[in-house]
Design a protein around this ligand. Structure first.
Ligand code: SF4
Ligand code: SF4
Length: 234
């Protein structure tokens, strides 16, 4: 989720890339699950998150909606986020529905990018570079007093084909930014139609498990860019 804050108030003073070592290691959280209990609606899913979740759980977007995920408006777009409680198990305390009874992540192997990063964040550079850097959010983890060891960022993330993933994340971020900017010039009905179309193309329409996700995503992105932002497709 984009945070409307001055980075100087929340970072450790430098930018990193995936090969750098960052002091975030907390010995697998050692029984703490604070940040999974206070997620609210902050875990916004990108299309790769949704692809991983549906593949890992053997469910579709439609199966999950209003059970583990919900949609809401973010800068004019309609995007899914993980719910802040377990709709299927109302007796459970509020918190991420994927947090299991042992206080561990029940979908660790295919948890969203937001969770993989934490407490690392992405800082988007904007124009003309259209890229991003990693930074450490210094006060986000509640275990402030426990010693932290250094971990190579790419190992912390544990995402296969990280170069492809980073390129995809960048394309997705700037696509949303471009569409969102265009929506501001439209009437409410057109805004809603386009936001729902983007949701349909990138989330509701299933991805084929046997084909590379990034190839499928690129095809969809090029098609939608050509339709909504002509001349900007790759
Ligand atoms: S608050 Fe920190 S130690 Fe606790 S679960 Fe989150 S990352 Fe781990
Ligand atoms: S998906 Fe897993 S790591 Fe992320 S908030 Fe939920 S339980 Fe925590």
């Amino acid at each position: 989720m984009l945070r409307d804050v001055d980075i100087k108030d929340i970072w450790d003073g430098r930018f990193y890339n995936a090969e750098d070592k960052v002091r975030v290691g907390c010995n697998a959280c050692e029984g703490c699950s604070d940040c999974c209990r206070t997620t609210g609606d902050s875990i916004i899913l990108d299309p790769y998150d949704l692809y991983q979740l549906t593949k890992g759980l053997g469910l579709t977007f439609t199966d999950m909606i209003e059970k583990q995920i919900e949609i809401r408006s973010v800068d004019g777009m309609i995007l899914p986020n993980i719910m802040e409680h377990d709709e299927e198990h109302p007796e459970k305390e509020d918190g991420c529905p994927f947090l299991n009874e042992a206080g561990r992540c029940g979908i660790y192997q295919f948890r969203p990018g937001f969770c993989r990063l934490f407490p690392v964040g992405r800082y988007y550079t904007g124009e003309p570079e259209r890229s991003f850097r990693y930074f450490v959010q210094k006060d986000e983890c509640t275990k402030k007093d426990s010693p932290r060891h250094k971990v190579r960022l790419k190992d912390w993330l544990g995402i296969p084909q990280l170069g492809k993933y980073e390129a995809y994340i960048t394309r997705w971020h700037y696509f949303l930014k471009d569409v969102s900017a265009g929506l501001k010039l439209m009437n409410e009905q057109s805004r809603e139609q386009i936001a729902r179309y983007v949701l349909q193309v990138f989330y509701v329409m299933p991805y084929q498990g046997q084909e590379d996700f990034y190839a499928q995503f690129d095809r969809r992105l090029n098609k939608v860019r050509a339709e909504l932002l002509p001349g900007t497709e790759r």
